[in-house]
Write a protein of this length. Structure first.
Length: 365
Protein backbone atom coordinates (compact mmCIF):
# COMPACT_ATOMS: atom_id res chain seq x y z
CA UNK A 1 0.00 0.00 0.00
CA UNK A 2 1.39 3.41 -0.95
CA UNK A 3 2.31 6.01 1.66
CA UNK A 4 -0.32 8.36 0.25
CA UNK A 5 -3.10 5.79 0.67
CA UNK A 6 -1.94 5.05 4.21
CA UNK A 7 -2.07 8.76 5.08
CA UNK A 8 -5.57 9.03 3.58
CA UNK A 9 -6.83 6.04 5.59
CA UNK A 10 -5.28 7.46 8.74
CA UNK A 11 -6.94 10.84 8.10
CA UNK A 12 -10.34 9.23 7.55
CA UNK A 13 -9.93 7.20 10.74
CA UNK A 14 -9.08 10.33 12.73
CA UNK A 15 -12.09 12.16 11.24
CA UNK A 16 -14.35 9.24 12.10
CA UNK A 17 -13.11 9.27 15.69
CA UNK A 18 -13.67 13.03 15.84
CA UNK A 19 -17.28 12.66 14.61
CA UNK A 20 -17.98 9.86 17.09
CA UNK A 21 -16.46 11.89 19.93
CA UNK A 22 -18.56 14.93 18.94
CA UNK A 23 -21.78 12.92 18.82
CA UNK A 24 -21.11 11.22 22.15
CA UNK A 25 -19.24 13.83 24.20
CA UNK A 26 -20.09 17.33 22.97
CA UNK A 27 -21.58 19.23 25.96
CA UNK A 28 -25.30 19.93 25.64
CA UNK A 29 -27.91 21.41 27.95
CA UNK A 30 -30.49 18.93 26.63
CA UNK A 31 -31.37 16.22 29.15
CA UNK A 32 -33.81 13.89 27.33
CA UNK A 33 -36.58 12.27 29.33
CA UNK A 34 -37.62 8.70 28.54
CA UNK A 35 -41.19 8.42 27.21
CA UNK A 36 -43.34 6.17 25.02
CA UNK A 37 -45.37 7.94 22.31
CA UNK A 38 -48.43 6.15 20.93
CA UNK A 39 -48.06 4.59 17.51
CA UNK A 40 -48.58 7.27 14.88
CA UNK A 41 -51.96 7.06 13.12
CA UNK A 42 -52.12 6.13 9.45
CA UNK A 43 -51.80 8.87 6.86
CA UNK A 44 -52.63 6.50 4.03
CA UNK A 45 -56.25 6.01 5.01
CA UNK A 46 -58.82 7.12 7.55
CA UNK A 47 -59.25 10.55 9.13
CA UNK A 48 -55.72 11.68 8.24
CA UNK A 49 -55.45 10.25 4.72
CA UNK A 50 -52.99 12.11 2.51
CA UNK A 51 -54.46 14.69 0.11
CA UNK A 52 -53.65 17.95 -1.65
CA UNK A 53 -56.60 20.10 -0.61
CA UNK A 54 -54.29 22.90 0.54
CA UNK A 55 -52.83 23.15 -2.94
CA UNK A 56 -55.64 25.64 -3.66
CA UNK A 57 -54.46 28.24 -1.10
CA UNK A 58 -54.04 31.84 -2.26
CA UNK A 59 -51.14 33.94 -1.03
CA UNK A 60 -52.47 37.29 0.15
CA UNK A 61 -51.47 40.66 1.57
CA UNK A 62 -47.93 41.92 1.85
CA UNK A 63 -45.28 39.68 0.31
CA UNK A 64 -41.66 39.14 1.27
CA UNK A 65 -42.36 39.38 5.01
CA UNK A 66 -40.54 37.05 7.38
CA UNK A 67 -42.72 34.65 9.37
CA UNK A 68 -46.25 36.07 9.69
CA UNK A 69 -47.28 33.58 12.38
CA UNK A 70 -50.06 35.23 14.37
CA UNK A 71 -53.15 36.37 12.44
CA UNK A 72 -56.05 38.63 13.35
CA UNK A 73 -58.68 40.21 11.11
CA UNK A 74 -59.72 43.60 12.52
CA UNK A 75 -63.03 45.44 12.22
CA UNK A 76 -61.85 47.11 8.99
CA UNK A 77 -61.13 43.75 7.36
CA UNK A 78 -57.36 44.19 7.64
CA UNK A 79 -54.97 41.45 8.70
CA UNK A 80 -52.67 42.01 11.68
CA UNK A 81 -49.61 39.82 12.15
CA UNK A 82 -46.29 39.61 13.94
CA UNK A 83 -42.97 39.04 12.15
CA UNK A 84 -39.60 37.49 12.89
CA UNK A 85 -37.94 40.91 13.20
CA UNK A 86 -40.35 42.00 15.96
CA UNK A 87 -42.62 44.14 13.83
CA UNK A 88 -46.37 44.03 14.16
CA UNK A 89 -47.91 44.86 10.81
CA UNK A 90 -51.32 45.45 9.27
CA UNK A 91 -52.11 44.69 5.63
CA UNK A 92 -55.13 44.25 3.40
CA UNK A 93 -55.76 40.74 2.07
CA UNK A 94 -56.10 42.34 -1.37
CA UNK A 95 -53.09 44.68 -1.31
CA UNK A 96 -49.31 44.20 -1.03
CA UNK A 97 -48.89 47.36 1.05
CA UNK A 98 -48.38 47.18 4.81
CA UNK A 99 -48.40 49.44 7.84
CA UNK A 100 -46.09 48.94 10.81
CA UNK A 101 -47.99 49.30 14.08
CA UNK A 102 -45.07 48.68 16.43
CA UNK A 103 -41.91 46.69 17.02
CA UNK A 104 -41.81 44.63 20.22
CA UNK A 105 -38.06 44.15 20.10
CA UNK A 106 -38.77 40.43 20.48
CA UNK A 107 -40.78 37.87 18.52
CA UNK A 108 -44.59 38.33 18.51
CA UNK A 109 -46.09 34.84 18.20
CA UNK A 110 -49.69 35.12 19.43
CA UNK A 111 -52.17 38.01 19.41
CA UNK A 112 -55.68 38.77 20.60
CA UNK A 113 -57.83 41.91 20.65
CA UNK A 114 -59.03 43.13 24.03
CA UNK A 115 -62.53 44.67 24.17
CA UNK A 116 -60.96 47.99 25.25
CA UNK A 117 -59.09 48.24 21.93
CA UNK A 118 -55.68 47.04 23.06
CA UNK A 119 -53.78 44.42 21.11
CA UNK A 120 -52.52 41.75 23.53
CA UNK A 121 -49.35 40.04 22.34
CA UNK A 122 -47.70 36.82 23.41
CA UNK A 123 -44.07 37.55 22.59
CA UNK A 124 -41.69 34.58 22.53
CA UNK A 125 -38.87 36.68 23.97
CA UNK A 126 -40.43 39.45 26.05
CA UNK A 127 -43.54 37.87 27.59
CA UNK A 128 -47.15 39.07 27.59
CA UNK A 129 -47.43 42.56 26.11
CA UNK A 130 -50.13 45.15 25.37
CA UNK A 131 -50.23 47.65 22.51
CA UNK A 132 -52.75 50.42 23.14
CA UNK A 133 -54.59 52.46 20.46
CA UNK A 134 -51.94 55.20 20.84
CA UNK A 135 -49.36 52.54 19.95
CA UNK A 136 -47.72 52.52 23.35
CA UNK A 137 -46.24 49.12 24.21
CA UNK A 138 -46.20 47.81 27.78
CA UNK A 139 -45.15 44.54 29.41
CA UNK A 140 -48.05 42.96 31.30
CA UNK A 141 -46.33 39.84 32.61
CA UNK A 142 -42.94 38.16 32.29
CA UNK A 143 -43.05 35.49 35.01
CA UNK A 144 -45.36 33.40 37.18
CA UNK A 145 -44.70 31.90 40.61
CA UNK A 146 -41.21 33.33 40.47
CA UNK A 147 -40.33 31.47 37.24
CA UNK A 148 -39.61 33.70 34.21
CA UNK A 149 -41.26 32.85 30.91
CA UNK A 150 -38.86 31.17 28.55
CA UNK A 151 -40.95 30.96 25.37
CA UNK A 152 -44.29 32.81 25.59
CA UNK A 153 -46.35 31.43 22.75
CA UNK A 154 -50.07 32.06 22.18
CA UNK A 155 -52.86 34.07 23.81
CA UNK A 156 -56.65 34.36 23.84
CA UNK A 157 -58.98 36.67 25.81
CA UNK A 158 -62.40 36.04 27.30
CA UNK A 159 -65.39 37.98 25.99
CA UNK A 160 -65.62 40.15 29.08
CA UNK A 161 -61.99 41.20 28.89
CA UNK A 162 -61.19 40.02 32.43
CA UNK A 163 -58.57 37.40 31.59
CA UNK A 164 -55.87 36.68 29.05
CA UNK A 165 -55.16 32.96 28.76
CA UNK A 166 -51.73 32.24 27.35
CA UNK A 167 -49.01 29.62 27.08
CA UNK A 168 -45.34 29.46 27.97
CA UNK A 169 -43.92 26.68 25.81
CA UNK A 170 -40.92 26.09 28.04
CA UNK A 171 -39.27 27.62 31.09
CA UNK A 172 -35.92 26.05 30.12
CA UNK A 173 -35.79 26.86 26.44
CA UNK A 174 -36.23 30.11 24.56
CA UNK A 175 -37.48 31.18 21.17
CA UNK A 176 -35.63 29.34 18.39
CA UNK A 177 -34.92 26.36 20.65
CA UNK A 178 -38.17 24.52 19.95
CA UNK A 179 -36.24 21.52 18.58
CA UNK A 180 -34.25 21.13 21.78
CA UNK A 181 -37.38 21.48 23.92
CA UNK A 182 -39.36 18.89 21.96
CA UNK A 183 -36.49 16.41 21.84
CA UNK A 184 -35.83 16.80 25.57
CA UNK A 185 -39.52 16.20 26.43
CA UNK A 186 -38.98 17.71 29.86
CA UNK A 187 -42.57 18.83 30.46
CA UNK A 188 -41.74 22.40 31.50
CA UNK A 189 -44.52 24.14 29.58
CA UNK A 190 -47.30 26.06 31.34
CA UNK A 191 -50.84 27.29 30.73
CA UNK A 192 -51.35 30.68 32.38
CA UNK A 193 -54.03 33.24 33.14
CA UNK A 194 -53.42 36.97 33.43
CA UNK A 195 -55.99 39.06 35.35
CA UNK A 196 -56.40 42.53 33.82
CA UNK A 197 -58.03 43.83 37.02
CA UNK A 198 -55.16 43.23 39.40
CA UNK A 199 -52.22 42.45 37.13
CA UNK A 200 -51.56 38.99 38.57
CA UNK A 201 -50.57 35.87 36.64
CA UNK A 202 -51.79 32.44 37.69
CA UNK A 203 -50.52 29.03 36.58
CA UNK A 204 -53.48 26.88 35.54
CA UNK A 205 -51.50 23.87 34.30
CA UNK A 206 -47.84 22.95 34.39
CA UNK A 207 -45.71 20.01 33.26
CA UNK A 208 -46.99 20.45 29.69
CA UNK A 209 -45.02 19.16 26.72
CA UNK A 210 -44.21 22.39 24.85
CA UNK A 211 -47.42 24.35 25.51
CA UNK A 212 -48.42 26.07 22.29
CA UNK A 213 -51.75 27.27 20.82
CA UNK A 214 -54.64 28.17 23.14
CA UNK A 215 -58.37 28.63 22.44
CA UNK A 216 -61.50 29.09 24.53
CA UNK A 217 -64.33 26.66 23.78
CA UNK A 218 -68.12 27.15 23.54
CA UNK A 219 -69.54 29.50 26.20
CA UNK A 220 -66.00 29.68 27.58
CA UNK A 221 -66.67 26.48 29.52
CA UNK A 222 -63.16 25.23 28.87
CA UNK A 223 -59.81 26.15 27.44
CA UNK A 224 -57.76 24.08 25.01
CA UNK A 225 -53.98 24.06 24.82
CA UNK A 226 -51.80 22.29 22.25
CA UNK A 227 -48.98 20.14 23.59
CA UNK A 228 -46.69 20.07 20.58
CA UNK A 229 -44.18 17.64 22.09
CA UNK A 230 -46.84 15.05 22.96
CA UNK A 231 -48.97 15.27 19.77
CA UNK A 232 -52.13 16.11 21.72
CA UNK A 233 -54.56 18.80 22.82
CA UNK A 234 -55.36 19.12 26.52
CA UNK A 235 -58.50 20.69 27.93
CA UNK A 236 -58.75 22.75 31.11
CA UNK A 237 -62.26 23.20 32.50
CA UNK A 238 -63.22 26.73 33.57
CA UNK A 239 -66.87 26.25 34.54
CA UNK A 240 -69.19 23.63 36.01
CA UNK A 241 -68.46 20.72 38.31
CA UNK A 242 -65.23 19.95 36.48
CA UNK A 243 -63.82 23.50 36.87
CA UNK A 244 -60.13 23.40 37.71
CA UNK A 245 -59.66 19.90 36.30
CA UNK A 246 -58.15 18.89 32.99
CA UNK A 247 -58.40 16.03 30.52
CA UNK A 248 -57.49 15.21 26.93
CA UNK A 249 -59.52 16.74 24.11
CA UNK A 250 -57.77 14.73 21.38
CA UNK A 251 -54.69 12.52 21.54
CA UNK A 252 -52.23 10.91 19.12
CA UNK A 253 -52.33 13.54 16.39
CA UNK A 254 -50.48 12.78 13.13
CA UNK A 255 -48.27 15.85 13.43
CA UNK A 256 -46.92 18.54 15.73
CA UNK A 257 -49.81 20.85 16.71
CA UNK A 258 -48.86 24.51 16.68
CA UNK A 259 -51.52 27.22 16.96
CA UNK A 260 -55.19 26.66 17.69
CA UNK A 261 -58.32 28.74 17.10
CA UNK A 262 -62.09 28.56 17.63
CA UNK A 263 -64.67 30.01 15.23
CA UNK A 264 -66.92 30.99 18.12
CA UNK A 265 -69.60 28.44 17.30
CA UNK A 266 -68.76 24.86 16.45
CA UNK A 267 -65.23 24.44 15.03
CA UNK A 268 -61.63 24.46 16.14
CA UNK A 269 -58.76 24.78 13.65
CA UNK A 270 -55.40 23.18 14.42
CA UNK A 271 -52.29 24.08 12.45
CA UNK A 272 -49.75 21.24 12.33
CA UNK A 273 -46.16 22.38 11.93
CA UNK A 274 -45.21 19.11 10.23
CA UNK A 275 -46.06 15.40 10.26
CA UNK A 276 -44.51 13.35 13.03
CA UNK A 277 -40.92 12.23 12.53
CA UNK A 278 -40.57 8.40 12.74
CA UNK A 279 -36.96 8.71 13.87
CA UNK A 280 -37.88 11.01 16.76
CA UNK A 281 -40.67 8.64 17.84
CA UNK A 282 -38.43 5.58 17.61
CA UNK A 283 -35.77 7.29 19.78
CA UNK A 284 -38.31 8.33 22.45
CA UNK A 285 -37.31 5.53 24.82
CA UNK A 286 -33.57 6.07 24.31
CA UNK A 287 -32.39 9.32 25.95
CA UNK A 288 -28.76 8.76 24.94
CA UNK A 289 -29.67 8.48 21.27
CA UNK A 290 -31.74 11.66 21.57
CA UNK A 291 -28.68 13.43 22.92
CA UNK A 292 -26.77 12.20 19.89
CA UNK A 293 -29.60 13.54 17.73
CA UNK A 294 -29.36 16.97 19.35
CA UNK A 295 -25.64 17.12 18.72
CA UNK A 296 -26.10 16.05 15.11
CA UNK A 297 -28.69 18.78 14.58
CA UNK A 298 -26.07 21.34 15.53
CA UNK A 299 -24.38 20.73 12.18
CA UNK A 300 -27.03 19.21 9.91
CA UNK A 301 -30.48 20.57 8.97
CA UNK A 302 -33.48 19.49 11.03
CA UNK A 303 -35.27 16.58 9.29
CA UNK A 304 -38.57 18.47 9.04
CA UNK A 305 -40.96 17.37 6.30
CA UNK A 306 -42.17 20.43 4.38
CA UNK A 307 -45.86 19.65 4.30
CA UNK A 308 -48.86 21.95 4.68
CA UNK A 309 -51.21 20.47 7.26
CA UNK A 310 -54.37 21.78 8.99
CA UNK A 311 -57.12 19.93 10.85
CA UNK A 312 -60.67 21.02 11.66
CA UNK A 313 -62.22 19.57 14.83
CA UNK A 314 -65.75 19.72 16.17
CA UNK A 315 -66.46 20.49 19.83
CA UNK A 316 -66.19 16.79 20.69
CA UNK A 317 -62.67 16.53 19.28
CA UNK A 318 -63.76 14.69 16.13
CA UNK A 319 -61.89 15.41 12.89
CA UNK A 320 -64.21 17.19 10.44
CA UNK A 321 -61.60 18.60 8.04
CA UNK A 322 -58.28 17.13 6.92
CA UNK A 323 -56.30 19.58 4.78
CA UNK A 324 -52.87 18.74 3.42
CA UNK A 325 -50.44 19.49 0.62
CA UNK A 326 -47.10 17.76 0.27
CA UNK A 327 -46.38 18.93 -3.26
CA UNK A 328 -43.33 20.98 -4.21
CA UNK A 329 -43.65 24.67 -3.42
CA UNK A 330 -46.47 24.18 -0.92
CA UNK A 331 -47.37 26.86 1.62
CA UNK A 332 -45.64 25.54 4.73
CA UNK A 333 -45.12 25.29 7.57
CA UNK A 334 -48.63 26.39 8.48
CA UNK A 335 -48.59 27.48 12.10
CA UNK A 336 -51.87 29.40 12.32
CA UNK A 337 -55.34 28.77 10.89
CA UNK A 338 -58.24 31.16 11.66
CA UNK A 339 -61.74 31.23 10.27
CA UNK A 340 -63.20 34.61 9.28
CA UNK A 341 -66.35 34.83 7.15
CA UNK A 342 -66.01 32.73 4.00
CA UNK A 343 -62.29 32.14 4.39
CA UNK A 344 -59.79 30.11 6.37
CA UNK A 345 -56.78 32.38 6.84
CA UNK A 346 -53.33 30.84 7.25
CA UNK A 347 -50.12 32.11 8.83
CA UNK A 348 -46.63 30.67 8.95
CA UNK A 349 -43.65 30.89 11.29
CA UNK A 350 -41.24 30.77 8.34
CA UNK A 351 -43.07 31.58 5.11
CA UNK A 352 -42.93 35.03 3.51
CA UNK A 353 -46.64 35.76 3.14
CA UNK A 354 -50.04 34.99 4.55
CA UNK A 355 -52.54 32.81 2.71
CA UNK A 356 -56.19 31.79 2.67
CA UNK A 357 -58.44 29.00 1.50
CA UNK A 358 -62.14 29.09 0.72
CA UNK A 359 -64.03 27.84 3.77
CA UNK A 360 -66.41 26.01 1.47
CA UNK A 361 -63.48 24.08 0.03
CA UNK A 362 -61.95 23.52 3.47
CA UNK A 363 -65.14 21.90 4.76
CA UNK A 364 -66.03 19.94 1.62
CA UNK A 365 -66.36 16.20 2.19
Amino acid sequence: MSTRRKKMRHLLFVLLLAVIAFLLLMPTKVQPVNWAPPKAPSMKEGAYADNQRLKAVQKIGAQGIAGPEALLLDAQGLLISGLHDGRIIRTSPDSPTLEVLANTGGRPLGMALHPDGRLIISDGIRGLLALDPQRQLTVLSASANGVPFGFTNDVTIDAGGRYAYFSDASSRWGYGQDGEAVIEHGGDGRLLRYDFRNGTTEVLLDQLQFANGVALGPDENYLLVNETGAYRISRYWLKGERAGNHDLFIDNLPGLPDNLSFNGQDRFWVALYSPRNPLLDSFAGYPLLRKVMVRALMVVPKPIERKAFVLGLDTDGKVIANLQDGSAGNYSPITTAREYGDWLYLGSLKNTSMARLSLKLALAQ
